[in-house]
Design a protein. Structure first.
Lengths: 750, 727
């Protein structure tokens, strides 16, 4: 029975995969976007120039390599003829560029790419140049250096270094924290490669040599995967015995956007004092307080007592997971009444987890929400004091029962209400194909006539419930941005960016923020952008790795257009009386053929979310949207909405390249034809030449024949280029999200 | 003992005394097997609609079923002899179970008298059974001799009764002693310790018999530590002379296989044999225990029992992480109690805290308690889920109290399919006894556990209890398991079925090992060291005229077939081939495979019994021999491929310009860690010198002939017991 059901389940999975792979071959998900995927090396030393090689998707005609810090600049590397070499750049790292994590992007034909981490450090930089997958081929590394390397599939990279007995060495691999797919295993071995210490959780090896002499460092992927995406930076440092272990910079998790609250000092004013592990060892505090502590040792419970007055309301916030630690803080507050044997303990409040502002996706195959979790295992909670007197607060880590790690720190803030919010955004995604998360690594590289959406979420703090407007400034020429605000008390909004059909090619860094008011004071908060580090076409095959990204460049390609634009017939505020229907005529501007004739549209935007799905014809140039404010219960006010759905366009990739290739083909073919005629002519002349001119004529024939061979080769190469460009430009079914331009609506009171 | 022992024969009384349902009828049904699990106590309604509680543990329910169910059709009070209960049991009426109680038996008479007396239930008033004793409790029984046992029941009213007729007797080793259903023990030919379990109405006692061989024990190797003291004392007590200490080559091969799961290399063997240091045996122990292969080999052992199983491609990350956690913990010699603590109370994500992966495999509290009890405590609790454990003292309350430790395990979905985050869910841990409905707080096999606050993870308290020096199970289970690893047979067998009714063959030794382990703060390497340092471990596998029948006193080393992974690696080492495992680096040894998934592509591993990591029991690994194994070694394509592998050992030796003797010595040194004997050398040299003819009778060219002959020699060595066994 067990075997049968197992078999059936597997069959179902296989069938699903077959279906998805079949559809994958027939249909591409999302229009091609430029993505910068790797740089080699992945960083460099301050005050140096670094030659780097890049890889990525759709990177043709890259014109600029830009960074998130002005201390990093780049220029193309030139070949001997002074022409830029494909995918090769020289990066200059200024002497005052701060060490740490920065991000790189390219400006390409299609616009700006997704970003990739570029590290700046103070140590000597090395690059793995030859395979070092065995002990005999181990690469020697100097102490106090960083080696940039790529993991080979099914292999273990070997390094050696000379250790001095009694000296302390810190060995670290930067991988997941710099966008690599490498789940690193780090091993120190003896000279024979026999393992002495192992670290598999992305941590650091703190090794004091017991012997002088050669030691081995081995690095591999947890499941022995490898390839260009599995890159890493191995650092080896010698530090004094009493120094703290250095912290290594890393990208931030998405949910860290809600930390810290605006205006919070960088360092807490108070520290926990152990022992404070229970009722007999409480640490006295007074409110408000801002305190730092650690969940250490294992199963640590830190206990504090304070006095509070009935009716007081305090807000309790804890950061630990949002500081990048693998923790799950939990707080229990109790009232302590009576004394001694008469003491009575009453639970007052229990706090755990910050609720996600949007339900994140499950790990199922279908897309059922963004795989960016804006919530957290940390805490923001309201503490209402119900009785005067002593209160006991205990904080523990629900993940900490057995883990002895002093790095699992926390920050505990107890304050009077300071209403506020934090906002984050990412590229809107929807179900386009089962398992596909490709579109979640989205640079804002716009095509003419395209409207794209960013999904925006807010974490509200201390009871803040105001509207949050979404504002973007510094956009490229021809690009507009309109935010579907986060309504009062809600946590989700949409930002729409629309490029005019004729918007020129451009790139700007934009400023994106949320705007609200509190007691008449404007409350502006920066938007944190999130993205997947990698496009993922099969979410079951690879666990997504979302993170916050730095900077928000927006580009317009200037060379491609959206397959279709849907816009209201007039750019105006559409007015309707509450309780009546509003009909909005829509104009379709089609620039591609589509598979299918119907586009199903839903409505997004506060006040109109419940509007029933409606169909528009993909073959028609116009359509109508009808909005029934009575059925929707829309109250008088100003609204901004969009219609959205998905359609399968017959997309042609870079058709201009075909024309260019064909022009080149014609040019070289003409040259070849001319030289063929020349050879023919010279051959005839040589045949007729007098004997004293014979040698000279034969030489001319030989020279011309050599030229002909070169010309013929050029013709063949040009034909191959035409074919390649033609193949790419052959229409392919490509499914993508279609969004209308934003529509402003004013619902008037009856 | 003031109470008189009442005669067991009730029907012999002049006037029939009152028959007790609880103390007379139910024992009769139990003895006759009516309420066995395969008969009327079968789960799901018994047999043919007649259901009895297992072994009569629920007398009141049994009374309801016998007397009242089906409108009382099973009893005929007006004509008791015609009661279905009797006519079926005695075979007068058709009965699927055959004749269970003969009509002329005392048992029949008890049932008849009970019905005649009105078939009453006396559960509230009958004296309560407190204990059952066996007389004698222990003793020495000569080989091929007999011993009558007497079972005596003790009741709450102070009375005692001879219940030999009603009690059940069972030998823990039928190859050593058999016992009749009337308590007559027949000892067979094998010397040692045997136990006879006596069961009566849920009470258990044991008769421990020592069976001496009685041979003179004169040449006992010197004692190197307490292991030797106690093994040799036992041998002297029962008169089994041990084999002598094995030679150096045998020792090196044995200990390398047992600690590191591999053959010694040729270089290691030569260096060891040439070493003249007095403590060279100890040196090799230290060297092996510090090797990564020790961690690989024992991680392989532990991860199988911890069910590190690949059911889905997406399991790979958690399986690798979990395997690595076990392996790294062993490499670092993390104290055993700490390892178990980290596993039991694991929280977080698999990547951040790999022991969490155990909770992916073992999801329900009852699975968790059963696995933990069997694996770490050597106690099999499964029976107690539904009824009182038939061979033990464990009740359903014990079962559910133990499960209560796991009731506050919280789960949250993670980004990885099939994987949860594990955390402690605040609250008071309680479990419900599904039979009584009682809410039970965490309890540890009869030991009181202080109240656990809602904020405290009960699993940590369980770990505290387990690692307490006073814990009667935790250290014992581990030392017994490790003892078995090195000696093939546990001091208690099976190694994970420790119970009062299954006593150790050398209790003093088990206690001393337990003490050593606790005193060393659960240091696994120290335990291994004290075991393998002993001369008891280093005895020759060759029996003498006396100890050939010994199977449990460790008077000689008991040879064992190499386990699947070790054998595959050994064949690779000897042939110079490398087995390629999917997605793992070239050169990965079979002993270092992280999970069971590699069995799919390896007929060798399957044929030689590599487990699928489905069971907490080491018995899932098949160590018995089979025809398929023999045929595989002789004919299988993968073995042939390894022999003929390009740049393999046969190829290299055939091209070597070294003298044939030297090349043959290399083979022996790799395969057996020893030089060939003169006769072996001569046979091999002669074989190499023989011309090789093809099927047409023509000589094969020299190069090919050389390759084939070395392949033949290696094939022959592989197929020797000396190669296939650790000895």
């Amino acid at each position: 029975m067990k075997i049968a059901s197992h078999g059936i389940r597997n069959l179902a999975i296989v069938s699903a995969l077959l279906l998805s792979s079949l559809s994958a071959s027939a249909q591409t998900v999302c229009l091609p976007l430029p993505r910068l995927l790797t740089t080699m090396p992945m960083g460099g030393k301050v005050g140096s120039e670094v030659d780097i090689v890049i890889t990525g998707e759709n990177l043709e005609d890259a014109s600029e390599l830009i960074f998130t810090h002005p201390g990093l600049t780049a220029k193309p590397r030139l070949d001997a003829n002074g022409k830029p070499e494909a995918n090769k750049w020289i990066v200059t790292i200024a002497a005052d560029c701060p060490p740490g994590i920065h991000e790189a992007r390219l400006m390409t034909r299609l616009g700006v790419t997704s970003s990739r981490v570029f590290c700046v450090d103070t140590l000597q930089e090395l690059v793995q140049t030859t395979p070092n997958t065995t002990l005999p081929t181990a690469m020697p590394v100097a102490v106090n250096s960083i080696c940039n390397a790529v993991m080979t599939n099914r292999a273990v990279d070997h390094y050696t270094f000379d250790a001095v007995k009694g000296q302390r060495y810190i060995v670290n691999v930067a991988s997941r924290g710099i966008d690599s797919k490498l789940e690193a295993v780090l091993i120190i071995g003896d000279a024979a490669g026999r393992d002495l210490m192992v670290e598999r959780r992305g941590g650091t090896l703190d090794f004091t040599a017991k012997e002088d002499g050669k030691h081995t460092i081995k690095v591999h992927e947890l499941t022995f995967k490898g390839g260009p995406a599995y890159y890493y930076r191995l650092s080896l440092q010698n530090i004094p015995a009493d120094s703290p272990v250095p912290m290594f910079a890393s990208t931030k998790t998405v949910n860290s956007f809600s930390w810290p609250a605006a205006g919070l000092p960088e360092i807490a004013g108070l520290a926990e004092v152990e022992p404070n592990n229970g009722a007999a060892q409480v640490q006295k505090i007074t409110l408000p307080c801002d305190l730092s502590g650690s969940f250490f040792p294992a199963a640590d419970v830190d206990t504090f007592e304070f006095t509070a007055t009935k009716g007081d309301v305090w807000w309790v916030e804890v950061a630990s997971e949002r500081l990048g630690r693998p923790t799950d803080p939990s707080i229990l507050v109790q009232h302590v009444g009576g004394d001694g044997a008469e003491q009575k303990i009453t639970d007052v409040a229990e706090f755990t987890d910050i609720a996600p502002p949007m339900k994140p996706s499950s790990n199922g195959y279908a897309y059922d929400g963004p795989p960016f979790d804006g919530g957290s295992a940390d805490i923001i909670g309201k503490l209402e004091i119900k009785e005067d007197g002593v209160h006991r607060l205990q904080i523990s880590d629900l993940f900490g029962g057995t883990r002895n790690d002093a790095r699992n720190v926390y920050r505990l803030v107890i304050r009077k209400a300071a209403p506020d919010y934090a906002v984050a955004a990412w590229g809107l995604h929807m179900e386009l194909r089962n398992g596909d998360r490709n579109a979640l690594s989205k640079p804002l590289a716009l095509r003419g006539g395209l409207t794209v959406a960013l999904e925006v979420v807010a974490v509200r703090r201390d009871g803040f419930d105001g509207d949050i407007e979404l504002v973007m400034e510094g956009l490229p020429e021809g690009v507009t941005a309109q935010g579907l605000k986060i309504p009062k008390g809600k946590t989700r909004g949409i930002m729409l960016l629309t490029a005019d059909q004729n918007a020129p090619r451009s790139l700007t860094n934009v400023t994106f923020y949320g705007k609200s008011t509190l007691d008449g004071t404007e409350l502006k908060r920066p938007m944190h952008m999130a993205s997947h580090a990698w496009p993922i076409v099969d979410s079951w095959g690879e666990v997504p790795s979302p993170r916050l990204v730095t900077g928000l460049p927006v580009s317009v390609t200037g060379s491609e257009f959206a397959p279709i634009s849907i816009a209201p017939s007039e750019k105006k505020v559409w007015e309707v009386t509450a309780g009546e229907k509003l009909t909005v005529p829509l104009v379709h501007t089609k620039r591609a053929e589509f598979s299918g004739t119907i586009l199903q549209l839903k409505t997004s935007g506060d006040g109109f979310e419940g509007n029933p799905r409606f169909d528009v014809s993909l073959t028609a140039d116009t359509s109508e949207a009808v909005l029934d404010t009575k059925a929707l219960g829309t109250q008088p006010g100003d609204y901004l909405i969009t219609f959205y759905g998905s359609a399968v366009a017959k997309y042609r990739y870079n058709p201009d390249a075909v024309a260019a290739a064909e022009a080149e083909q014609k040019r070289v073919t003409d040259e070849a034809t001319a030289i063929t005629a020349e050879v023919q002519k010279l051959t005839e002349e040589a045949a007729a030449a007098a004997s004293e001119k014979k040698a000279e004529a034969d030489k001319a024939v030989a020279d011309a024949t050599a030229k002909k061979q070169a010309a013929d080769a050029a013709v063949t190469a040009a034909a191959a280029k035409v074919k390649a460009a033609t193949d790419l430009a052959t229409p392919k079914d490509t499914v993508d999200i279609i969004l209308s331009e934003p529509i402003a609506i004013r619902v008037k009171a009856p | 003992m003031t109470a008189a022992v009442l005669p067991g024969s009730i029907h012999a009384q002049e006037s029939s005394p009152a028959v007790s349902f609880v103390n007379d009828v139910v024992p009769v049904l139990t003895k006759a097997g009516c309420n066995a699990g395969v008969c009327h106590a079968k789960a799901g309604g018994g047999q043919k609609g007649f259901h009895l509680s297992l072994l009569g543990f629920e007398a009141e329910e049994d009374y309801e079923h016998i007397v009242k169910e089906n409108r009382g059709r099973r009893l005929f009070l007006s004509a008791p002899e015609n009661s279905l209960l009797l006519t079926k049991a005695s075979g007068k009426a058709p009965h699927g179970g055959g004749v269970r109680i003969k009509a002329d038996s005392q048992a029949y008479q008890i049932l008849l008298n009970w019905i005649r007396q009105g078939a009453t239930f006396d559960g509230e008033v009958a004296p309560r059974l407190l204990a059952v004793d066996v007389q004698p409790g222990r003793g020495t029984v000569q080989r091929n001799a007999e011993q009558q046992l007497k079972a005596v029941a003790k009741y709450s009213d102070g009375s005692e009764r001879d219940v030999t007729e009603q009690a059940l007797f069972e030998s823990n080793d039928k190859s050593m002693a058999d016992v009749s259903d009337r308590g007559l023990v027949k000892v067979l030919d094998i010397p040692g310790k045997v136990a006879i379990m006596v069961r009566y109405q849920g009470r258990i006692t044991v008769f421990n018999a020592s069976i001496p061989l009685g041979a003179p024990v004169e040449n006992v190797p010197p004692s190197k530590n307490f292991v030797d003291d106690l093994v040799f004392a036992n041998l002297k007590e029962i008169g089994i002379p041990p084999s002598p200490v094995c030679d150096d080559a045998t020792y090196l091969r044995r200990i390398t296989l047992d600690i590191s799961g591999r053959l010694p290399t040729e270089e290691e063997s030569r260096a060891y044999l040439a070493n003249t240091a007095a403590d060279k045996r100890d040196q090799v122990i230290d060297n092996l225990l510090s090797s990564p292969e020790y961690a690989d080999f024992f991680a392989n052992k532990w991860t199988a029992m911890l069910k590190n199983r690949r059911d889905d491609a997406s399991d790979i990350t958690s399986n690798f992480a979990f395997y690595a956690w076990v392996r790294d913990s062993l490499l670092a010699n993390k104290p055993y109690d700490q390892m178990v603590r980290e596993l039991l109370a694991a929280t977080g994500t698999v990547i951040a805290n790999p022991p969490v992966a155990w909770y992916k495999r073992v999801k329900e509290p009852k699975q968790q308690l059963e696995d933990v009890a069997q694996l770490f405590l050597g106690v099999r609790m499964q029976c107690a889920q539904c009824h009182h454990h038939p061979f033990e003292r464990w009740s359903q309350d014990d079962y559910y109290s133990l499960s209560a430790f796991f009731t506050q395990v919280g789960r949250k979905p993670s980004a990885t399919r099939g994987e949860d985050l594990i955390f402690h869910k605040r609250g008071v841990a309680v479990a419900t006894n599904i039979k009584t409905g009682a809410s039970l707080k965490p309890g540890a096999l009869g030991d009181a556990i202080p109240a656990i606050a809602p904020d405290e993870d009960p699993r940590l308290k369980l770990a505290d209890w387990m690692s307490s020096p006073q814990n009667p199970f935790f250290a014992k289970a581990l030392v017994n398991r490790y003892w078995k690893h090195f000696f093939r047979r546990g001091l208690i067998e099976p190694e994970d079925d420790i119970r009062d009714s299954n006593p150790p063959t050398n209790p003093e030794l088990l206690a001393a090992l337990e003490k050593h382990f606790i005193d060393s703060h659960f240091d696994l390497k120290s335990l291994v060291k004290v075991i393998v340092q002993s001369n008891a471990y280093q005895l020759s596998a060759t029996p003498n005229e006396h100890n050939i029948t010994d199977v449990q006193n460790y008077s000689r080393y008991y040879p064992r077939r190499l386990q699947a992974e070790v054998m595959l690696d050994a064949i690779d080492d000897l042939t110079g081939a490398k087995t390629d495992f999917p997605n793992l680096p070239a050169g990965t040894r079979a002993i270092a495979l992280p999970d069971n998934s590699y069995n799919n592509a390896s007929p060798f591993l399957r044929v030689f019994g590599r487990p699928e990591n489905e069971s907490v029991c080491e018995c899932e690994r098949i160590q018995s021999s089979s025809l398929a194994q023999s045929l595989h070694l002789m004919n299988a394509a993968d073995i042939k491929g390894k022999l003929a592998t390009g740049s393999g050992r046969a190829d290299r030796l055939s091209k070597s310009d070294k003298p044939p003797e030297e090349r043959i010595r290399e083979l022996y040194m790799v395969a057996f860690s020893r030089e060939p004997k003169a006769e072996e050398l001569k046979v091999a040299v002669d074989y190499l010198a023989e011309p090789l003819l093809d099927s047409a009778g023509n000589p094969v060219d020299a190069q090919r002939a050389g390759q084939e002959k070395f392949q033949d020699l290696i094939w022959a060595l592989i197929n020797t017991k000396e190669f296939l066994f650790n000895h």
